[in-house]
Design a protein around this ligand. Structure first.
Ligand code: SF4
Length: 353
């Protein structure tokens, strides 16, 4: 079974992209993350986009009222189709299912033959939205709580939202085909560790096929996680005991991972030419970690098409000029991919394999 979906090495399936890095050419992105709206119906206290209380010093230009206009998004999807973009994820910024035209965006994505996926808080995973998402390759629900009280406190929503989201998940699991994978993203904070394994069992019983467990990022990352690290490890071990052919646990709760450090130690980002972001503010960004920041801006598509920006001198200046060791002094979820690609490009090309 092929199930190593979070491997940094997946880029080897795209040799033409690796060749473009070697040759210094800009080619179409493989995959784009679209943030259709920065509006949200919840207020997670740890929200990286500033809907809650924490200020983690990322996404500093986010404007919560921003929404991609319908015509602009349809134009962008037309460009993705023409360029051969292979996959799109709708995510936040805000709650993507709150965009008034999201069903049209998602169905247009599918009609163009582009792989569809979403990261949602699950509160609106119902009706027409859920019906279209049955055509997605994967649908992931962000659930960083183990019960109604915890959800209500950390997301500032009424406690009955807990039951609503679980109901949406259960109904989606029953209605979806096998080709659509239903997962949960669980971000670990100091307040949601106890009961994590038991909650994973509950999710498994609802039809969830995998849970990805990750540490919340903040500038004092190591000090913040130190008091909970051993309890988290115990919960993850107990959750792993629940796995079976239909249910997996993925953990990136690795406090030593270089992704969580604030120095990159290299001076070229390849990932931004593979998986850029379309922001609700109609700017294109180098990745989701630098979305809504000045240093992450490739350029605006407000008055031009995505494809015109992507192959412009302005974009070239971004790709050539971004120095991750100087600019990306925060979490980089793609740190391992950048290092792997740099390693490939240093290999000699001879036949003595
Ligand atoms: S955070 Fe990482 S992937 Fe994003 S632009 Fe910086 S180096 Fe590239």
């Amino acid at each position: 079974m092929k199930n190593n979906r979070y491997s940094d090495a997946k880029i080897v399936w795209f040799p033409e992209k690796l060749a473009s890095f070697r040759d210094g050419n800009i080619t179409a992105p493989i995959y784009v993350r679209v943030k259709p709206t920065n509006r949200c119906n919840q207020k997670c206290d740890f929200c990286a986009y500033g809907h809650g209380d924490w200020d983690i010093g990322m996404h500093e230009t986010v404007e919560h009222r921003d929404v991609i206009p319908r015509q602009k998004m349809l134009e962008v999807l037309e460009d993705f189709h023409a360029l051969g973009v292979k996959a799109v994820t709708y995510s936040g910024g805000g709650e993507p299912l709150m965009h008034p035209d999201i069903t049209e965006f998602m169905s247009t994505t599918v009609q163009y033959g582009i792989d569809l996926s979403i990261i949602t808080n699950g509160s609106m995973l119902e009706g027409e939205r859920a019906a279209i998402l049955r055509s997605s390759n994967w649908t992931r629900v962000s659930m960083d709580y183990t019960d109604a009280t915890q959800m209500s406190q950390s997301r500032r929503v009424p406690e009955n939202q807990f039951g609503r989201v679980l109901k949406n998940i259960s109904e989606f699991a029953k209605a979806k085909p096998r080709s659509c994978e239903l997962g949960v993203n669980y971000i670990v904070t100091q307040t949601n560790v106890t009961g994590l394994a038991a909650f994973c069992k509950r999710l498994r019983d609802c039809g969830v096929e995998n849970v990805r467990i990750s540490p919340v990022w903040r500038p004092d990352f190591a000090a913040y996680h130190k008091p909970i690290a051993s309890a988290v490890a115990s919960e993850i071990d107990a959750a792993r005991a629940l796995t079976n052919p239909a249910f997996a646990i993925y953990s990136s709760y690795d406090l030593d991972s270089s992704s969580h450090q604030i120095r990159r130690g290299y001076h070229k980002c390849y990932f931004s030419q593979m998986v850029p972001v379309v922001g609700a503010d109609q700017f294109i960004y180098g990745c989701h970690n630098v979305a809504f920041s000045e240093h992450g801006k490739i350029g605006s598509i407000k008055n031009r098409r995505f494809r015109d920006l992507w192959f412009s001198d302005e974009a070239r200046r971004f790709f050539d000029g971004l120095d991750p060791d100087v600019s990306c002094r925060h979490q980089c979820a793609s740190d391992g991919r950048n290092k792997l690609i740099a390693g490939f490009l240093e290999l000699t090309n001879d036949n003595f394999v």
